[in-house]
Design a protein around this ligand. Structure first.
Ligand SMILES: C[S@@+](CC[C@H](N)C(=O)[O-])C[C@H]1O[C@@H](n2cnc3c(N)ncnc32)[C@H](O)[C@@H]1O
Length: 321
């Protein structure tokens, strides 16, 4: 799913008054804050310039990650949400991604930082999409009590829980689940820390009776080793300005993300999922698969396997197999 052109144009237009050297500095400062201060609950994106630079530098990647996770969810279910709760909506990437998959009637965005909210609202107000255009923005802190206040078919928290302290994170997950009528999707950075959060949330929600939807093919013990982490990658095109600020040579970036999606009702999961980039060799493809009943296995598919071989050659990390 491509990042919407209208959104790229809007975010480039919004930063017109900021010099590229200023943007480069802000982008560096944001990276530093995320490296050093994430996971503490400290506000990281508070100034107007930071929110604008965030939208330019990060929105394509967070949109891409949410869209990739939603694509994997849609492969295993025919889930049709009408309402969305975007928690820690920031500048709205998760809502734009969900709106490009589903015919939504109602979007509710919860956000604590006025600067992020203003940019996110401005983008949505300019959209021709009715659900985005009429989205309700609620200025709130997720660590406060909002349990059951915003019941929605789909609840998304993308790249937000990693910013919170561990205590607030699990309390927030509980509240997100209380507001989930059908599906809860949590997306985190594809790093060891991001995956650790996902694993803890997975364990917690399965104990609460949530049903696994994706990416795991099972609800049993997760066989990923302590030093390893489950993550996927999506390729995102960089706009001209993005390349300039990042001094990037290539016109794309590969965003790594970890995610988990739960359903209120028992639902279909994939039987196996490809966990690493398939290694294509002459006449064979080597796959690392997470399986429903025998944990994580290495599988080699050869030409003799006919259709399976053709499928394996075309497959990518994250695909159901
Ligand atoms: C990295 S941004 C992600 C934004 C958006 N979800 C995305 O995927 O692009 C994290 C957002 O979560 C918000 N946030 C962090 N902690 C929060 C809290 N306790 N309550 C409400 N919003 C919070 C931040 O203000 C920021 O806008």
């Amino acid at each position: 799913m491509e990042f919407p052109v209208e959104l790229r144009i809007m975010s480039e237009r919004m930063v017109e008054g900021i010099s590229s050297s200023d943007m480069t500095e802000s982008a560096k400062e944001l990276s530093r804050k995320y490296m050093q201060e994430s996971g503490t609950g400290k506000p990281l994106l508070t100034k107007d310039k930071e929110a604008l630079v965030y939208s330019l530098m990060r929105m394509p990647a967070t949109f891409g990650a949410v869209a990739a996770a939603l694509r994997q969810i849609c492969e295993v279910s025919d889930f049709v949400p009408r309402s969305l709760l975007d928690a820690g909506a920031g500048t709205g990437a998760g809502s734009w991604a969900a709106n490009s998959f589903f015919n939504l009637d109602k979007i509710t965005c919860l956000e604590r930082e006025g600067a992020m909210e203003n940019v996110g609202k401005a983008f949505m107000r300019e959209s021709d999409e009715p659900a985005l255009n009429s989205a309700e923005w609620i200025h709130t802190d997720l660590s406060e009590n909002f349990g059951g206040k915003y019941p929605s078919d789909l609840v998304i928290a993308s790249y937000v829980l990693n910013e919170m302290s561990m205590e607030d994170r699990m309390k927030t997950v509980e509240k997100l689940w209380e507001n989930t009528k059908q599906v809860l999707l949590i997306v985190e950075p594809g790093t060891p820390v991001g995956f650790k959060n996902i694993r803890e949330i997975r364990d917690y929600l399965l104990k609460q009776g949530a049903y696994m939807m994706a990416p795991c093919p099972h609800s049993a013990y997760c066989h990923i080793k302590e030093y390893d982490w489950c993550h996927f990658t999506c390729r995102v095109q960089r706009g001209k300005l993005h390349r300039l600020v990042k001094a990037a040579d290539v016109p794309y970036e590969d965003e790594k993300f970890s995610y988990v999606a739960f359903c209120r009702m028992e639902c279909q999961t994939s039987n196996t999922r490809i966990m690493r980039h398939p290694v294509i060799e002459k006449g064979r493809v080597r796959l690392t698969l997470c399986t429903e009943d025998i944990g994580i296995i290495e599988e080699t598919v050869t030409k003799k396997d006919g259709e399976q071989y053709k499928k394996a050659k075309k497959s990518a990390c994250g695909d159901a197999f």
